[in-house]
Design a binder for this molecule. Sequence first.
Ligand SMILES: Nc1ncnc2c1ncn2[C@@H]1O[C@H](COP(=O)(O)OP(=O)(O)OP(=O)(O)O)[C@@H](O)[C@H]1O
Ligand SMILES: [Mg+2]
Length: 273
Amino acid sequence: MLDSGEQSVETLLEVNNIEVIYNHVILVLKGVSLTVPKGGITALLGGNGAGKTTTLKAISNLLHSERGEVTKGSIEYRGEPVADSSPSELVKKGVIQVMEGRHCFEHLTIEENLMTGAYTRRDGGAAADLEMVYNYFPRLKERRKSQAGYTSGGEQQMCAIGRALMSRPETILLDEPSMGLAPQLVEEIFGIVKNLNEKEGVSFLLAEQNTNVALRFAHHGYILESGRVVMEGPAAELRENPDVKEFYLGMSDEGRKSFRDVRSYRRRKRWLS
Ligand SMILES: Nc1ncnc2c1ncn2[C@@H]1O[C@H](COP(=O)(O)OP(=O)(O)OP(=O)(O)O)[C@@H](O)[C@H]1O
Ligand SMILES: [Mg+2]
């Protein structure tokens, strides 16, 4: 979907050098900048506690409920500061977050869950969109009368993405879709994300620990470590980058944990040789 040619690509989301502090004291993001272009799949990568979820919540304006605050920098969606809109106003503007851990309503059926996603809609198009969601997620159609709490982890992840789609978003902020799922299901879900991107034109900002799968499906990637972007680039380039391969794609068995470790390992190697 993303036009990688010479034409300029429209920017939807611009995160500019943000700092986030929890509880007035815990500095978690230390100057994060990123851009989400229209029609792209952008991956935000990094290990446990790197700051991926915090970045997504800062964008969708969900930090207040966790006593988190953007203390420096700016975030704009289509040139407007997101801080001026409530999370539900942002949904109306086209930005929706699918939370880590899915959060389906356990006692509602899959179909009822999906319909809750249309609550911001005033155009009466929910029935047609339900068919659109079932088209992309045939499993959800099969399970539409089942209580979400009794469906599998993969089906709940699909339900959470499907529910977000019911608001007809322009951009989905998708937090760790692969979490806790078997590799085959992860492939299936990423395949559907790719389809939604290509056929419906939905743009994605995707937070993932699973660098391997994310870089195969994304167009562009950012790698976060301890609240800082340590590397960014086109996904194809990151996949071929020796440091990314060595640390994030597990093509080494040395047990290094970060770019910082990789650098000190290189130094050690030089000293020893
Ligand atoms: N509500 C909170 N209050 C205080 N600290 C928090 C809060 N939420 C997150 N943190 C801290 O902020 C840092 C970044 O957390 P965040 O959840 O953004 O990381 P992440 O990259 O999404 O990690 P994971 O891959 O484990 O989901 C961590 O050190 C975490 O402990
Ligand atoms: Mg997270």
